[in-house]
Design a protein around this ligand. Structure first.
Ligand code: MN
Length: 461
């Protein structure tokens, strides 16, 4: 029988007032959930997920564990849809559990993961990250667009591409590992590894034998490093592995992980893959060495990470990522998370809108035309006073047009009026313009006698 011993430590960190992380220590299941969503919704999400997980776990198998994670997801989705203030909440979930081997001849540590909390294995002095972050920056690393070092300090490193609570369909990455006495599994939220480097994590696990002490020390280091996020660490020690360690030679045990050059690829148990993990024994063939691969990592039915990523269409912006730091595409995608309705392109609403728009545009054009054209003025056409239609000098593309010459010569016009007439005297209606002309003629006639000298004085030397 495999015996486990676990310790946990969790802290809000030095910046946040609320701890939205949750941890579950319920032998033989150990989990960390890192909730997200404003107004303490993240706190609710992580607790709901772990409560549901605890209640849903049945058979000690990896498949049952995945089912339990799915039910935890359902619980968060349902809770999120029940209250407006919880809408949009989500949580990561990373679980380590002791399960039976498929052949029933041993026990395995199953790891199940959704999101960017992590499981590590510390074995023979080496720390290995087991899980693959479901984050935007991890995708960029996988596509060789940025380096892991750049990812570690990337401003968008908090954007997760998978989380519980978003959709009833969910992909769960799983791994199965044969446990040996002395193995230490670390499950933690990103508040740890964003503040503490891997080699320092390894040093703590090397130095502090008690799992509770080790977890507490890791949290302390994360706070020392800044404590910018909630920090949760669960350390699970394999204290007894039955006769497994004696059956395997010490050399084999030392080799078990380090000799395996290949990265551990997860078994993606999701809606893209309905098939459960195949029997563990099948992986024995790919080793080829003398070592009994039964006692090594079980790795079956792997979906290429790229395919898994493209299936993971959801993107959740972590609460602690400033909204302005989100790339535009992420913001758009968040909006896309809402169920889409069939799009009717042309409805009566659209038609009515178009009619109203045309009416507005039409009346505006009419008003412009009316202003530019439906007015009259008196001015000079050459040296003769004339009535024009339009605005003096024109308006927009409406040039004034000549309506009538009056027969009054420029030199007959009294000096006091000549300046104004040169600019054009606006009269609104044709009638008004004609009245003006009539008045002008009367003035000229009336002034004929006594102003003739004045007029002649200007025109003749
Ligand atoms: Mn976090």
């Amino acid at each position: 029988m495999t015996a486990l011993r676990a310790g946990v430590a969790s802290d809000p960190g030095r910046v946040r007032s609320v701890n939205e992380d949750s941890a579950l220590i319920e032998h033989p299941i150990f989990a960390v959930a890192d909730g997200m969503g404003g107004h303490r919704a993240g706190d609710v999400a992580s607790q709901v997920a772990l409560d549901a997980l605890r209640r849903a776990v049945g058979e000690p198998t990896t498949e049952a564990l995945v089912d339990a994670v799915r039910r935890a997801n359902d619980a968060v989705v349902e809770r999120a849809s029940g209250a407006a203030e919880l809408r949009g909440m989500g949580t990561t979930l990373c679980v380590v559990a002791l399960v039976d081997d498929h052949d029933g001849d041993g026990e395995r540590i199953a790891v199940a993961n959704v999101g960017d909390s992590r499981a590590y294995l510390y074995r023979d002095g080496e720390l290995e990250q087991l899980t693959h972050d479901h984050t935007l920056v991890q995708t960029m690393v996988d596509d060789a667009r940025i380096t892991p070092e750049e990812a570690a300090v990337h401003p968008q490193r908090h954007i997760v591409t998978r989380a519980l609570g978003i959709d009833t369909r969910i992909e769960v990455d799983t791994w199965e590992i044969v446990p040996f006495a002395g193995d230490r599994f670390l499950v933690c939220s990103d508040g740890l590894f964003n503040e503490v480097e891997d080699d320092r994590i390894a040093a703590v696990l090397r130095r502090l034998a008690d799992p509770s002490d080790a977890a507490a020390e890791l949290v302390r280091l994360a706070n020392d490093g800044g404590g910018r996020d909630n920090i949760t660490c669960v350390v699970v020690d394999v204290v007894d592995d039955g006769d497994r360690a004696t059956a395997a030679s010490a050399a084999l045990a030392g080799e078990a992980l380090t000799s395996q050059g290949d990265r551990r690829e997860p078994d993606v148990a999701g809606f893209t893959s309905a098939a459960p993990a195949a029997p563990a024994g099948e992986t024995g063939s790919d080793g080829g060495g003398a070592a009994p691969r039964d006692d090594d990592t079980v790795m079956v039915q792997t979906i290429p990470p790229a395919a898994a990523r493209s299936a993971a269409a959801v993107a959740v912006a972590r609460r602690h990522a400033p909204a302005s730091a989100l790339p535009r595409s992420e913001r758009v995608r968040r909006r896309d998370l809402r169920p889409t309705r069939p799009h009717r392109r042309f409805t009566w609403r659209v038609a009515l809108f178009m009619v109203l728009l045309l009416a507005v545009v039409g009346s505006a054009a009419g008003a412009v035309w009316w202003y530019g054209r439906n007015t009259y003025y008196v001015g000079f056409d050459g040296d003769e006073v004339a009535v024009f239609r339009g605005r003096p000098g024109g308006f927009l593309w409406f040039d004034p047009t000549l309506v009538e010459r009056t027969g009054i010569e420029r030199e007959e016009v009294p000096e006091s009026l000549a300046g104004r007439l040169a600019d054009g005297v606006d009269h609104g209606t044709e009638q008004g313009a004609r009245s003006y002309v009539a008045n002008l003629e009367d003035q000229i006639d009336g002034l004929d006698g006594d102003s003739a000298t004045g007029a002649s004085s200007t025109t003749s030397p």
